[in-house]
Design a binder for this molecule. Structure first.
Ligand code: NAD
Length: 256
């Protein structure tokens, strides 16, 4: 591994949903900051391409095909990390899905099921496996990707909003429970960020992106790297006395 002297120098970090968007950006940002990264997501072709790109730059990257909704997949990803590196220092629980933008009373049950299964059970699976590994290694840091929808309502996205509030709940509960065992747990709450979720939502809802920009003080959508930078800091030892917080990375959206 090349020496970067970065924020995450020498850390081993697992990133879920690393095949696209914020997760893929996090893989690059964390690697540049000195972490050995393990990428977990479902789409092997993309994971393989990003891993090869990072290793080609002299970073230490590997991937495990993982469906977060399956506890055994998540345990395999954590075990793979422990076998490869001997420990797990950090985890960015980033993967999630948006679901439909539909009024609550018209939302199909299968949207509810898939959003809750991925965003809530997926995180549950991750926290249990990661915390067990971190306890045996003497500590670590976890960042869960919530959303501004974990702090306030987003119109016509009730299951997503409920799921992202659950991410905040798990963050607070786990931070409180494991602080004395050296595990810090925090969340980022991104606002509108360029990714497959927003391309899908904005593509199917003309005018939505402009309407969000209108009520976002910084007046734009974030690059995925801007969310990854905040997660990198929270995962780093530079945030050593920060636990249980939910950090909006939202161009001022929630404050407004
Ligand atoms: N883009 C935004 O505006 C925005 C805003 C707030 C929060 N977020 C959150 O950021 C996170 C990343 O989303 P993104 O915007 O980069 O979108 P994205 O669709 O590009 O990335 C989501 C990633 O999660 C993975 N994923 C989904 N279900 C999975 C499963 N069952 N198992 C494994 N991997 C799975 C996808 O394959 C993908 O890699 C999500 O949790 C999302 O809710 C995004």
């Amino acid at each position: 591994m090349i020496e970067t002297g970065g924020l995450l120098s020498g850390k081993v970090v697992l990133i879920t949903g690393a095949s696209s968007g914020i997760g893929a950006a996090a893989a690059s940002v964390f690697a540049r900051e000195g972490a050995a990264v393990v990428l977990a997501a479902r789409r092997e072709e993309r994971l393989a391409a990003l891993t090869a790109e990072l290793n080609g730059k002299g970073f230490d990257a590997a991937y495990v095909v993982t469906d977060l909704t399956r506890a055994q997949d998540v345990r395999r990803a954590v075990d793979f990390t422990l076998d490869r590196h001997g420990r797990l220092d950090g985890a960015f629980n980033n993967a999630g899905i948006g679901g439909d933008r539909t009024p609550l009373h018209q939302m199909e049950d299968d949207i509810y099921d898939s959003v809750i299964d991925t965003n809530v059970r997926g995180l549950w699976n991750c926290l249990r496996a990661e915390i067990a590994a971190m306890l045996s290694g003497g500590g670590g840091a976890i960042v869960n990707n919530s959303s501004v929808g974990g702090l306030v309502a987003i119109p016509a996205a009730a299951p997503y909003v409920a799921s992202k509030h659950a991410v905040v709940g798990f963050t607070r509960a786990a931070a409180d429970e494991y602080a004395r065992q050296g595990i810090r747990v925090n969340s980022v709450a991104p606002g509108s960020t360029r990714s497959e979720i927003t391309v899908d939502w904005y593509g199917r809802n003309p005018g939505l992106e402009e309407a969000i920009h209108e009520i976002t003080p910084q007046g734009r959508t974030a690059a995925p790297e801007e969310i990854a930078e905040a997660a990198a800091w929270l995962l780093s030892d530079r945030a050593s006395y920060v636990t249980g917080v939910v950090m909006p990375v939202d161009g001022g959206y929630v404050n407004h």
